[in-house]
Design a binder for this molecule. Structure first.
Ligand code: SIN
Length: 295
């Protein structure tokens, strides 16, 4: 552990090596094979590092959907996404994110996560974490990568606020809606829309494990700060989103096939960079771990 409390590079008792990837968040876990069942000590080391760092990267993995689900279940129950058309037929815990087509139909969500967001902030009990496995990436093997995913630390964003602003924001609540974005609304049937009513969460939430405070307002799903006039509410949402999305709180992941990435949906936000064309195939499998009510 460094003097700042951020793990730098350490060997756990279980010969697990964590390499820090950026200052406020993200570490790589070296030499772990997630196709195998983890013993309790190894899982504990990963779980602790995850709660501390917000994003963990595992390179060079080769896992089946069943192994992906087994690893994910160590962190909690799995969510079944409302967009049922993009779930694996024989493993509905897996949501497919892809721009590929099969028999004239999209195999997954082509435009998932292309604005800053945190998964499932639009439900009463948002996801604890999401675990994404890269099966195909655009233009592999080149120096330039495409379809990177960027992460920011909402804890670091909170910590950067002055005490008066922290106290003010601590009194506020915000509405979150899955239907905020027209391109999402378009994909949903009436029944699917009914399944995701708007919800209200505190603007500043407390991490359920670490107790650290995080800014919980995001560009994709936060529609309104309760009790403010519409122009004040819009301005505050813009201000908090701009703060969270700042490069000083960011880690940008350059994907390789076989990467598994997991991120904390309380202490981070993420964005999938849409800089590749329809002929550059990207195929990812995601599990979404359930989380507690926000407080
Ligand atoms: C997501 O928001 O879950 C998608 C992230 C990605 O495809 O990089």
């Amino acid at each position: 552990m460094s003097e700042t409390g951020i793990p730098t590079e350490k060997e756990s008792e279980f010969t697990m090596l964590f390499k820090q990837l950026a200052v406020p968040l993200a570490s790589e876990v070296v030499d772990v094979d997630l196709s195998r069942s983890l013993d309790d000590d190894s899982f504990k080391a990963i779980d602790e590092a995850f709660n501390d760092r917000g994003v963990l990267v595992f390179r060079g993995q080769q896992i089946t959907p069943e192994q992906h689900i087994r690893f994910s279940r160590r962190f909690g129950e799995l969510e079944i996404h409302v967009l049922k058309q993009y779930l694996l037929a024989d493993a509905p815990e897996i949501l497919v994110i892809s721009n590929m087509m099969k028999d004239g139909k999209p195999v997954g969500i082509a435009d998932a996560g292309q604005q800053w967001h945190t998964d499932l902030s639009y439900v009463e009990k948002p996801s604890r974490c999401s675990i994404l496995y890269a099966k195909e990436i655009p233009a592999p093997g080149r120096d330039q990568t495409y379809g990177d995913t960027c992460f920011v630390s909402t804890e670091a964003a909170y910590d950067s606020l002055d005490p008066d602003m922290k106290a003010y924001l601590g009194t506020l609540q915000a509405k979150h809606s899955y239907l905020k974005r027209p391109h999402i609304r378009k994909k949903l049937s009436e029944e699917q829309k009914q399944a995701v009513p708007d919800v209200i969460h505190p603007v500043i939430r407390t991490h359920p494990v670490t107790g650290r405070k995080c800014v919980y307002v995001n560009e994709s799903f936060t529609t309104e700060i309760i009790g403010l006039k519409p122009d004040e509410s819009d301005a505050l949402i813009r201000q908090l989103c701009a703060l969270c999305e700042s490069e000083r709180f960011m880690y940008r992941h350059k994907w390789r096939v076989g990467d598994i990435l997991m991120w904390d949906n309380c202490s981070t936000q993420h964005l999938a960079v849409a800089d590749y064309g329809p002929d550059q195939h990207r195929l990812m499998n995601r599990t979404t771990v359930a989380g507690p009510a926000v407080f």
